[in-house]
Design a binder for this molecule. Structure first.
Ligand SMILES: Nc1ncnc2c1ncn2[C@@H]1O[C@H](COP(=O)(O)OP(=O)(O)O)[C@@H](O)[C@H]1O
Ligand SMILES: [Mg+2]
Length: 257
């Protein structure tokens, strides 16, 4: 059984990486979960998952002359299979983003749920690929009108490639923010439901600093339980692993980018 999600947003800093690992850990209670840092230009999942000293990353797999199997960049951490990406600009430039299709296809054949931590902007091949490849997107928003507007663009783009919206997570919500009004607007404009409202929280910041996902560092916090209920609301669909892997391998990468 495989379903692939792209965790996406219009801008950086909204909490995509935090959310990817939190949803991944929550889903790992019931599923075999693989988390991939598909934000290959601004990779930072390695810092959130204590993997900043590993030798082989997704960047190595994306070199056209790479003969390593995809499993060489998979690390068992926090109950998940985690595929970090390196941070070198030279490696990013040397990487062929279209190879990501094959890597994801290989990994899809071997897991239940794939989570792709996705780039913020939609301006390049490597940025749109996760959204094109995924079955559903989870959109991470701040509870503001500009953030909603950015998220809608992501949804529109995804829809053009047949990727549906699995839901919206409002993150970094401060007490003085009127999240109810914004969430009500969101239900009108977004196809999926509001999966969770996650507060701005010191525990989330600290988790990053110590290199652990929130659900490992501070599982008892309001933020952690919000992510757990978001994961439960996602309602994972059945799929046939080989079919999904083939679909990835044959995905058409938009040429106009
Ligand atoms: N709910 C939250 N409360 C406080 N800090 C948060 C929260 N969500 C994310 N952050 C912090 O904001 C920064 C950006 O989050 P990150 O998940 O890396 O965003 P993105 O991947 O979208 O760029 C990180 O330092 C992270 O610890
Ligand atoms: Mg990130």
């Amino acid at each position: 059984m495989v379903e692939a999600f792209a965790v996406a947003s219009g801008k950086g800093g909204t909490g995509k990486t935090t959310s990817t690992l939190a949803l991944g850990m929550a889903l790992a209670a019931d599923y075999d979960v693989t988390v991939i840092d598909a934000d290959t230009g601004m990779a930072n999942l390695l810092f959130h998952a204590g993997l900043d000293d590993v030798e082989i990353t997704l960047h190595d797999l994306l070199l056209t002359d790479c003969d390593l199997p995809a499993s060489a960049a998979v690390y068992d951490r926090f109950g998940m299979s985690v595929v970090p990406c390196g941070t070198s600009l030279a490696d990013f430039e040397a990487a062929d983003p279209t190879v990501l299709r094959d890597v994801v296809a290989d990994l899809a054949a071997d897991t239940d749920v794939l989570l792709l931590d996705s780039p913020a902007a939609l301006g390049s091949k490597s940025a749109v690929l996760p959204i094109v490849l995924a079955d559903r997107i989870v959109i991470i928003l701040q509870p503001t009108v500009p953030s909603l507007s950015d998220g809608l663009k992501v949804q529109e783009y995804a829809r053009a490639y047949g990727t549906v919206t699995g839901g919206v997570i409002f993150n970094r919500v401060r007490q003085d923010e009127d999240v109810a009004t914004i969430a009500e607007q969101a239900t009108r404009y977004f196809d999926g439901r509001t999966l969770a409202t996650v507060p701005e929280s010191d525990a989330v910041r600290m988790a990053r600093r110590v290199g652990k996902p929130l659900l490992a560092h501070a599982p008892e916090t309001t933020a952690a339980s919000a992510f757990r209920s978001a994961a439960a609301t996602l309602d994972i669909h059945d799929g046939d692993a080989i079919g999904v892997a083939d679909r990835f391998r044959n995905a058409v990468v938009p040429e106009r980018l």
